[in-house]
Write a protein that binds this ligand. Structure first.
Ligand code: MG
Length: 350
């Protein structure tokens, strides 16, 4: 599959190309706050000395970025004053300083730069970072909120996975778990997407879910309810993980004691450089680390996967949920992420 509408921008020794693309999801995807069946992304390419790095920004609508905002951010980026891609720290600090938010747009540059660097060094990025690809935890596979019949169908399609991620946060929570438990006893994790509002009810659910072999709770209550989330974490029989409540490196220290751990996503934190720092900081604070994703092609998923040996839980199913991936990279076999032994983030075009 090839795309032909690349916008090209020459900047000294670098060339940046970008193009909006729409991911089509295999199933309508429902969580506590919305349903959708497509995800807008912008694909990027960063070229230096004839070598091309691939990147991607993914913009699920609730995060406030769009193809238009990403394109207008990329139009501002000018790497013309940098002589070498190995000025990584300076380049990415410059990109981050261009605007306050735009984290997915920044990730599209960060990922392409890391891919480019790995290709120049001719090594996969997990090797450059010194990480063991055989120590990646099994990835979860997400089952969205749905009817009993569709949940049974989705669970039966997910047979290879050693852990399933269940979206909760509506009145149907117990029905969903009971339906899944009627067909499989595979471990689960629950993502409430801020759907529970009352801490006592949340704790009651945490105990019930622990009995159902649910390993942890992601974002049980609204991120603004800091004291309630901290109370739940102190009393819950299973770990709590901040997702909506944790965006960037500067959030991590504040979340110690509020949640057991954090969910790191490249699109929230501006890419691979900051994601690695977040994982290391969380570890140093004795917090758990989960690595998540948006609906993304194998580009952003393979970029995140380079970090997966560092984490406790991986949730890297984003490319499996779409029907029109244009790259091949990290593959999931028997529920385990297998990193390709290719340079950079390890992807090739389909
Ligand atoms: Mg989540």
């Amino acid at each position: 599959m090839s795309l032909s509408n690349w916008e090209t921008k020459k900047m000294g020794k670098f060339t940046l190309r970008y193009q909006p693309y729409t991911l089509e999801m295999k199933h309508v995807f429902t969580v506590a706050s919305f349903s959708r069946n497509t995800t807008p992304v912008v694909l990027t390419e960063l070229e230096y000395d004839g070598i091309i790095g691939y990147g991607e920004a993914s913009m699920p609508p609730y995060l406030g970025e769009s193809q238009e905002s990403v394109v207008s951010f990329l139009k501002q980026v000018d790497l013309g004053s940098f002589n070498s891609p190995f000025q990584t720290e300076e380049i990415l600090s410059y990109v981050d300083a261009l605007a306050k938010k735009n984290t997915a747009a920044k990730a599209a540059v960060d990922i392409a730069l890391h891919d480019l660097l790995g290709k120049i060094m001719n090594q996969p990025f997990y090797k450059i970072w010194g990480l063991n690809p055989d120590s990646i935890p099994p990835t979860s596979y997400t089952i969205g909120i749905d009817t009993e019949e569709m949940i049974r169908k989705k669970v039966s399609e997910a047979g290879q996975f050693k852990i399933l991620k269940i979206k909760l946060g509506l009145a149907t929570d117990k029905m969903i778990i009971n339906t899944i438990r009627s067909v499989t006893d595979v471990p689960l994790c629950a993502d409430v997407n801020q759907g529970w509002k009352n801490k006592e009810e949340a704790l009651e659910m945490a105990y019930w879910l622990a009995e159902q072999n649910v390993a942890f709770l992601e974002q049980p209550m609204p991120k603004e309810q800091i004291d309630d989330n901290a109370w739940l974490t102190a009393h819950s029989p299973i770990p709590t993980i901040a997702d909506e409540g944790c965006q960037r490196l500067s959030d991590v220290t504040k979340l110690q004691g509020v949640y057991t751990g954090i969910n790191i996503k490249l699109m929230k934190c501006t890419g691979m450089r900051e994601a690695k720092r977040m994982a290391e900081l969380a570890r140093s604070l004795d917090m758990k680390v989960m690595l998540g994703c948006m609906t993304e092609t194998s580009c952003a998923i393979s970029a995140a996967s380079q970090l997966a040996p560092l984490v406790d839980w991986a949730d890297l199913d984003g490319a499996l949920l779409i029907g029109n991936d244009i790259y091949s990279g990290m593959i999931v076999t028997d529920g385990i992420c297998k990193l390709p032994n290719r340079p950079g983030i390890g992807i090739i075009k389909n």
